[in-house]
Ligand binder design. Structure first.
Ligand SMILES: C[C@@]1(CC(=O)O)c2cc3[nH]c(cc4nc(cc5[nH]c(cc(n2)[C@H]1CCC(=O)O)[C@@](C)(CC(=O)O)[C@@H]5CCC(=O)O)C(CC(=O)O)=C4CCC(=O)O)c(CCC(=O)O)c3CC(=O)O
Ligand SMILES: NC(=O)C1=CN([C@@H]2O[C@H](COP(=O)(O)OP(=O)(O)OC[C@H]3O[C@@H](n4cnc5c(N)ncnc54)[C@H](O)[C@@H]3O)[C@@H](O)[C@H]2O)C=CC1
Length: 298
């Protein structure tokens, strides 16, 4: 048994980290306090429709503000939760209540209906947890301690934020546009064409700096494809594209020979090593996790 076999044998004890697509789905939030206001913000970010149930007097000012400003997405009822019919047509249920018994009963009813549910006050009964979030455009980083220490998640978030340049979101947007252009030029799903596109995109992402991507405009993107993809999949240098970066060093693509060819370079590389990098960009989002019990990084 090698090291990887041992790792596989030990897999478990964490939770699934996914970027859940909630666009236009219906989410019920029972409660309107501070925690509910945080839930509303997270769910609005995901473009879902939200129903909030809470007597007016229990609304946190932030919840109040969300309800006023986002009538397009939030339906608010100034009344207590009335019973199981509130769950009809819901795709997700969240409770943020100061009433543990009610929270528990809503969880049970949701589970009977197979609706994913989170109760802010009963971790053991949650189908999923919220986490601390770092967002920059399509970049989404969630820090989860898997229920062990929410405040620790918040502290680690602050540390990670300091390690980011602030260019990542813009760079990922540009990479997404370039990938779309590549797919327009070279359509087709899967097979050799898919593998070639992935190799080329991975090579480009590996060799260019974040800043280089942020400086790409439409014409430059076409040039990257002309001078790179169309030339046996080489990775063009940033100077060839006319990008003027602020960096002085000869790092990144400056260090590569001009005929550097990604297809050749990765021919012998393990596809397992390439796929995760690629998929992070396929999604247009990066989700990093810190499950403190067992993993520091996946
Ligand atoms: C299980 C989970 C369920 C869920 O809500 O999904 C849950 C449960 C509970 N939290 C409680 C307390 C606190 N929660 C926070 C803060 C956050 N809590 C968040 C998530 C989660 N909280 C899920 C697990 C996530 C994980 O483990 O990683 C964050 C990350 C995201 C978010 O809420 O959106 C957000 C930080 C966001 C940010 O800063 O970016 C703070 C600190 C603060 O407010 O600054 C405190 C006080 C200090 C402390 O306890 O650490 C209590 C009451 C405990 C008690 O009564 O003693 C319970 C219930 C219990 O544990 O029984
Ligand atoms: N997951 C997390 O991040 C955290 C979770 N918590 C837990 O989350 C829960 C909520 O916390 P807060 O928002 O600070 O509490 P809060 O007391 O500010 O809010 C409670 C809300 O529930 C509403 N409510 C009460 N009975 C209701 C009913 N029958 N129907 C509809 N709405 C009803 C109230 O109007 C109020 O809006 C608490 O149980 C707390 O233990 C607390 C801190 C962090």
């Amino acid at each position: 048994m090698d090291e990887n076999d041992i790792r596989i044998k030990k897999l478990g004890g964490g939770s699934l980290l996914i970027a859940w697509q909630l666009r236009d789905k219906n989410v019920l939030i029972v409660g309107g306090g501070e925690v509910a206001s945080q839930r509303i913000e997270s769910i609005l970010t995901a473009d879902a429709h939200i129903t909030v149930l809470s007597p007016q007097k229990g609304l946190h000012p932030r919840t109040q503000r969300f309800i006023e400003l986002r009538k397009d997405r939030i339906t608010y009822y100034d009344r207590p939760y009335s019973g199981p019919e509130e769950l009809d047509s819901m795709d997700m249920v969240l409770t943020a209540l100061d009433d543990n018994e009610l929270s528990r009963s809503i969880v049970e009813l949701s589970r009977e209906r197979r609706i994913p549910v989170n109760a802010a006050d009963i971790p053991d009964l949650c189908d999923f947890y919220f986490g601390a979030q770092i967002r920059d455009g399509p970049l989404q980083i969630m820090i989860s301690t898997n229920g062990n220490g929410p405040r620790m998640a918040s502290i680690i978030k602050t540390r990670l934020q300091k390690g980011l340049s602030g260019l990542e979101g813009e760079a990922i947007i540009k990479v997404g546009q370039l990938r779309n252009k590549l797919k327009e030029r070279e359509p087709g799903v899967g097979g050799q064409i898919g593998r070639d596109r992935m190799k080329w995109m991975s090579g480009l992402c590996n060799q260019w700096e974040m800043e280089d991507f942020t400086l790409l405009d439409e014409a430059m993107m076409e040039k990257v494809l002309d001078e790179g993809w169309e030339q046996d999949g080489r990775v063009p240098k940033v100077e060839e594209i006319g990008i003027r970066t602020s960096r002085k060093s000869t790092s990144g693509s400056f260090g590569q020979p001009s005929n550097y060819n990604v297809f050749k370079r990765v021919e012998n590389a393990s596809s397992i090593a390439i796929a995760p990098t690629t998929f992070a960009f396929v999604a247009g989002a990066a989700v990093a996790s810190l499950v403190l019990i067992r993993f520091l990084k996946r």
